[in-house]
Ligand binder design. Structure first.
Ligand code: NOJ
Length: 959
């Protein structure tokens, strides 16, 4: 068949080939030439008509103080029943009626939903089905508070400490904790719901057929783009016309807000309108494959979590804006002029700053959760109860991963695998990128390069190691490709508005995309991971979901056209940010289901949404081997972590470009303290496996990877904590020191759990750095075990072989110091306890352990120990049933010992140390041998070669 292409004629095949070569060339050239992000490929707010309209609406109200929000509650419409307050709103500008519901929730949060009362057709409301684990229950513990006739107020929660006031006219909602307002909705009157309408409805300008039906360029031209919009020559047909929603959410008295990943930006979010260091565009949430992204930028990246947290002394609050369409968020900070607020907040004469945010989404309904804290840990828990806690990963998943695009063939894989052993560097997982497939057809193998994939996996599996292969969502259009054929026959693909299967360009060339929002597509993909379906896969093989924003080289903004049609007839625009989680979810379920009994999955995804934590890990995409990209990884990962998704990492070494040895060493040092620790590199970069640099650099890399392995018991315990409480694994300083304002904007140092303070070195040539030690507490250098002299800001030496890491007094951390080739090989090794006393001579810590693979822990097969040091006694108590026939895991490690205990900071040197078992009938009191190091360690006592079992409760006395 011939196609007309301009005035040239090509066969269809040759057009395809040319496109393919074009894109290949494009990527290769772009990778080689160091260029900035192609900003012109991505919209600004000005170029997104609904964002521009809502910003203009906000400007109008801000500029003219006599204007107020036209939305008010219709008199006597409010009904309060069973924890739900509902009523009708009227927009006095067009007399349209909206229905609102306010749900008081058991989890210490509230939810507001606003929709058109009689929409022309239903508005999209399914983001909740992906983000939430279930519809949250309403609390019946509330009391109506007598108030003025045009205000409805209730207090709620067990002690009635939380309250909400609904102001009727104009409509405004205020949440209070202990009588202090912490979140207000529509305070500035930006509530705006563009109702669904017919294109020829009277009073509405239709510019869709105008010749200038382009991106809006003129400030006054807000009516353009209502019914059709074009960007970079690509048209969005917008058959439903304007349907955006907007609302301002304010945090009175809070000068810091955090969250709304993913952006290459600071932890404390910047202003986007006015202010000293302001961005000019709002933060954007729209999952996109942004080539060579820039740091310090609010541009959208691969994932979106519409969750924002505010924090100040004495209070924390958060919101979840449950919407999966393209979303923009403006942030402004204002000196508060409300006298009432100053006195209520106890700021005295100081004028507090308040943060106002303006949320704008292209479509859907208003569905906002307000989490009322009052602490950050309360919020993490409340958010986890709503969207699910992070899934407890297999233990290999938190060890070190070795990836590159691409390991060439089986011989290459074997050589890399053996080299790790040769150079005595542990690793757990080797990854294969897209080149392992037969022509980028996922679930297949290039049989020349990888003729015996099962054997290859078994060879690494024998050493306790795993393999990950990439499985992307674009499906090569090829009737001989079984995946394509099946999906086509089952009618699972995303469609064009006219019903044809959508055809776009990605790695394999012409491709189609399965609609994973369709339950049948979920079911289908889940089955594709069965061992007999995914030929060449074994139990050692796990999965990498890439390009699932989705990334489409030929699409607008390198993604899917918004007017494509999904299951249920929904346009892509409504659910764009869900595509990634839908794919991640099916993949993860596929890996669970392939084994019987089921095993925990491991799936890395690039795109994400609220709730993705239930399916696996994410990474920050295509970063660059540059110092500023190393630096930005910390705030990015902290932000993602406080937004409910703690299992995240940035490519170690930087994806694009070639890091020099110093940068690579520093990156490994930082990466060893990321929850997900993987080295990865672009296909055009030089090989950079750790042994290629020679000593001393290889040695530095080896040391820090080994340190990660030594600390795996701590990491696993923290993952368990995240999976039950929602606590992030790496934590911003402000969450550990919530009363210390100095920490509120700090994002270049952080905590692993509550015990290790880490300050990555992110500048070339830097050999010392300032570390902030808050709270007049004791800190010990993690590597030398010496006490840090001074508190507050202290200058710390950081030669190239050292990342500044400190152990916070008051903590006990579990380690394993016999480093082997993989984490699996260390499973029955003995433990070391590092006890760092605080100034009161106290410390606590815990250790969670299970088989690291199955779900047996759900049936009680695990060990959870609590360690406490107080009054010169160290006690190990179990938080669960230990020596019980039903705890097979405890039985399986019943001979594992705590072989070494190091206590730092004892005031008086002990003369004797005795150990005894707790609540045991036998007389087992015995004296332990110990040493007092002569070096200047912080009054250290080292007990070696103990016979204390991990499965027994015991006490050690330092007399
Ligand atoms: C883009 C991903 O971000 C990158 O990590 C991967 O190597 C390439 N796609 C090729 O699959």
């Amino acid at each position: 068949m011939k196609l007309l292409f301009g005035n040239l004629k090509f066969s269809k095949e040759s057009v395809k080939t040319k496109f393919y070569l074009f894109y290949l060339l494009y990527f290769i050239v772009s990778a080689l030439v160091v260029t900035a992000v192609k900003r012109q490929d991505f919209k600004t707010c000005e170029q997104s008509s609904f964002c521009k309209r809502n910003r203009a609406y906000a400007d109008k109200l801000t500029a003219n103080h006599s204007l107020i929000s036209p939305y008010s509650v219709i008199q006597d419409s409010i009904i309060i029943k069973d924890g739900i307050i509902s009523g009708d709103l009227i927009n006095s500008e067009n007399n349209l009626i909206f229905i609102f519901e306010l749900h008081l929730l058991e989890i210490g949060a509230a939810r507001i939903r606003i929709n058109e009362k009689n929409p022309l057709k239903p508005r999209y409301d399914k983001a909740k089905d992906w983000a939430l684990i279930q519809d949250p229950s309403y609390t019946l513990e509330y009391t109506l508070i007598p108030s003025k006739p045009d205000v409805t107020s209730l207090s709620f929660g067990k002690e009635r400490k939380q309250a909400v006031s609904i102001y009727h006219s104009p409509f405004r909602v205020e949440f209070l904790v202990n009588d202090v307002p912490i979140i207000t909705l529509n305070d500035r009157g930006f509530l705006n719901i563009e109702h669904l309408r017919k294109q020829d409805a009277p009073g509405l300008v239709d510019q869709s057929n105008s010749e200038n039906d382009q991106v809006i360029e003129d400030e006054n031209d807000l009516d353009k783009g209502l019914w059709k919009e074009t960007f970079n020559g690509k048209e969005d047909s917008k058959p439903n016309g304007p349907e955006s929603i907007g609302l301002d959410i304010s945090f009175p008295g809070f000068s810091h807000v955090y969250g709304i990943p993913e952006h290459a930006s600071s932890l404390s979010l910047k202003e986007t309108r006015g202010g000293d260091d302001s961005y000019s565009d709002p933060y954007r949430l729209y999952n996109l494959d942004v080539f060579e992204y820039e740091v310090d930028n609010p541009m959208a990246l691969y994932g979106s979590i519409p969750f924002m947290m505010a924090h100040r002394k004495g209070a924390s609050a958060a919101v979840l804006w449950l919407n999966a369409a393209e979303t923009w968020i403006d942030i402004t900070k204002n000196k508060e002029d409300k006298h009432r607020l100053s006195s209520l907040l106890g700021f005295g004469k100081l004028t507090p700053t308040s943060t106002s945010t303006h949320w704008i989404s292209e479509s859907g309904v208003i569905d906002v959760f307000a989490f009322l804290g009052p602490t950050t840990s309360d919020i993490f828990y409340q958010y986890g109860l709503l969207t699910g806690f992070t899934a407890l990963p297999q233990s290999f998943a938190i060890a070190y991963h070795q990836c590159r695009w691409n390991y060439l063939n089986q011989e290459d894989v074997a050589e890399v695998d053996e080299s790790f052993d040769k150079y005595d560097i542990p690793y757990d997982v080797i990854w294969l990128d897209i080149e392992h497939t037969d022509g980028k057809k996922y679930f297949t193998w290039d049989t020349v390069k990888f003729p015996t994939p099962e054997k290859m996996q078994t060879n690494i599996g024998i050493k306790g190691r795993k393999m990950v292969t990439i499985v992307d969502p674009h499906i090569k259009i090829d009737d001989n490709y079984y995946i394509y054929k099946e999906a086509k026959d089952l009618d699972l693909f995303v469609k064009e508005p006219d019903g044809r299967i959508y055809d776009g360009w990605c790695w394999p060339g012409s491709s189609s995309w399965v609609d994973f929002t369709n339950p049948s597509a979920q079911e289908w993909l889940i089955k594709k991971f069965a061992f007999d379906q995914y030929k060449g896969s074994t139990e050692h093989l796990f999965t990498w979901n890439d390009m699932n924003e989705p990334s489409i080289f030929s699409g607008p903004e390198i993604t899917m056209p918004k007017d494509l049609i999904h299951h249920g007839g929904w346009e892509h625009r409504n659910l764009h940010n869900l595509y990634g989680i839908a794919y991640h979810s099916a993949t993860s379920k596929g890996l669970i289901n392939r084994s019987n009994p089921p095993r925990r999955p491991f799936v890395l995804s690039r795109a994400f949404f609220a709730g993705s934590q239930r399916y696996g890990a994410i990474w920050t995409g295509d970063n660059f081997a540059k110092w500023d990209h190393l630096a930005i990884a910390t705030p990015m990962l902290l932000t993602i972590g406080i937004s409910g998704l703690p299992f995240s990492g940035a490519d170690v070494g930087g994806f694009f470009g070639n890091p020099d040895t110093e940068l690579l060493v520093r990156w490994y040092q930082a990466g060893a303290f990321q929850p997900f620790f993987r080295a990865h590199a672009h296909i055009d970069t030089k090989r950079r496996e750790p042994w290629l640099f020679g000593d001393p650099y290889t040695g530095y890399i080896r040391d820090i990877i080994r340190e990660r392995y030594a600390l795996l018991p701590l990491w696993y315990t923290l993952f368990h904590e995240a999976s039950t409480t929602g606590m992030p694994i790496i934590r911003p300083m402000f969450t550990v020191y919530p009363e210390d304002e100095e920490t509120y904007a700090m994002d270049d140092q952080f905590f692993v759990g509550n015990s290790l303070l880490v300050k990555p070195i992110v500048n070339e040539g830097q050999t010392s750095t300032e570390v902030y030690f808050p709270g007049n507490e004791i800190f010990y250098d993690y590597f030398t075990l010496k006490k840090v002299q001074g508190s507050g800001k202290v200058q710390i030496e950081a030669p190239i072989n050292k990342i500044p890491v400190f152990l916070r007094g008051g903590n006990i951390i579990p380690k394993r110091q016999r480093i082997r080739r993989s984490s699996a090989a260390m499973r029955t090794d003995p433990f070391t306890l590092l006890v760092a006393l605080d100034k009161f001579g106290k410390a606590t810590g815990s250790l969670y352990l299970d088989d690291g693979e199955t779900y047996d822990y759900e049936k009680g097969h695990f060990i959870h120990l609590q360690f406490t040091f107080s009054k010169r006694k160290l006690i190990s108590k179990s938080l669960s049933v230990l020596n019980n026939d039903e705890n097979l895991y405890a039985q399986s490690i019943s001979s594992v010992r705590v072989e070494k205990i190091i206590v730092l900071g004892l005031d008086l040197k002990p003369k004797h140390i005795f150990a005894d078992c707790i609540d045991c009938s036998k007389n087992s009191k015995r004296e332990l041998q110990f040493g007092l190091p002569t070096t200047n360690l912080a009054n250290a006592v080292i007990i070696k070669g103990t016979d204390l079992l991990i499965t027994e409760e015991w006490v050690i006395e330092f007399s």
